[in-house]
Design a protein around this ligand. Structure first.
Ligand code: ATP
Length: 233
């Protein structure tokens, strides 16, 4: 579904990602792990076309999207739930969801918002509340719901568990598994490496912008190098 080939992304003189190749097959959950600053967020933002690679190629469903504008990427079926959730705090839950459907017709958006409230009943109960008044977990659900409003084929999730209590983190990961079971392909960036690997098919390990390891999550989770560096030995 997604293929990143030999991609490099810079911020001015800083090389954030170097010669990175990643593939995501339809139906998979794929995890990117790595220390702070490894280039994980940069990689997601290049795929959602918010950042421009300086080298390499990104293809999605057979189409070269390396230079596609971000809104065209959404129309093709790529949606991102950003790090830190970035819900519009002073807009209602409903307005935030509507925003996620901006590429679609009003009737489609209305029907999907009802479905979203079925999936996330707490968002339904709080539909008129300002998003900034929601708990962290509810804001994360809203950020995921907002991304789902474009009916993505590929969902990019950046640190969905960041700052959440363990019980809420488990809820978020249950949602990730459910979405995948319903056919959404997912590329996940997570600090919670163990849980992410337990919830994904394959994992790529980045270090200082480069790929250091890749493989089946079930195997990498017990790999000595991963245990030492990312799972606390
Ligand atoms: P984190 O877990 O901290 O989000 P990450 O693996 O997602 O880390 P990136 O955010 O992709 O890493 O950052 C990769 C590199 O690019 C780092 O060296 C970072 O300092 C640098 N960087 C990120 N954003 C910018 C920016 N807007 N301007 C300049 N440098 C940046």
């Amino acid at each position: 579904m997604l293929s990143i080939e030999n991609m490099s992304v810079n911020y001015g003189a800083i090389q954030a990602v170097r010669d990175l190749s990643v593939v995501v097959y339809e139906g998979e959950v794929v995890t990117l792990i790595g220390a702070n600053g490894a280039g994980k967020t940069t990689t997601l933002r290049a795929v959602s076309r918010l950042l421009k690679p300086v080298a390499g190629r990104i293809t999605f469903m057979g189409r070269d999207i390396t230079r596609l504008p971000a809104d065209e990427a959404v129309k093709l079926g790529i949606a991102q739930s950003p790090e830190g959730r970035q819900v519009l705090a002073r807009q209602s839950v409903q307005d935030n969801l509507e925003l996620g459907g901006y590429t679609r017709s009003n009737a489609e958006v209305k029907a999907d918002i009802d479905r979203m409230y079925g999936r996330f009943p707490r968002l339904g109960e709080r539909r008129s509340q300002m998003a900034g008044t929601l708990s962290g977990g509810e804001q994360q659900m809203l950020a995921i719901g907002r991304a789902l409003m474009s009916r993505p084929k590929l969902l990019l999730l950046d640190e969905p568990s960041l700052g959440l209590a363990p019980i809420i983190v488990r809820e978020i990961f249950d949602i990730i598994r459910e979405l995948n079971a319903q056919g959404v392909t997912i590329l996940l960036v997570e600090q919670n490496a163990r849980l992410a690997m337990q919830s994904s098919h394959r994992t790529y390990v980045l270090d200082a912008g480069q790929l250091t390891l890749q493989g089946n999550s079930a195997e990498l989770v017990s790999d000595e190098r991963v245990l030492q560096a990312y799972l606390g030995g």
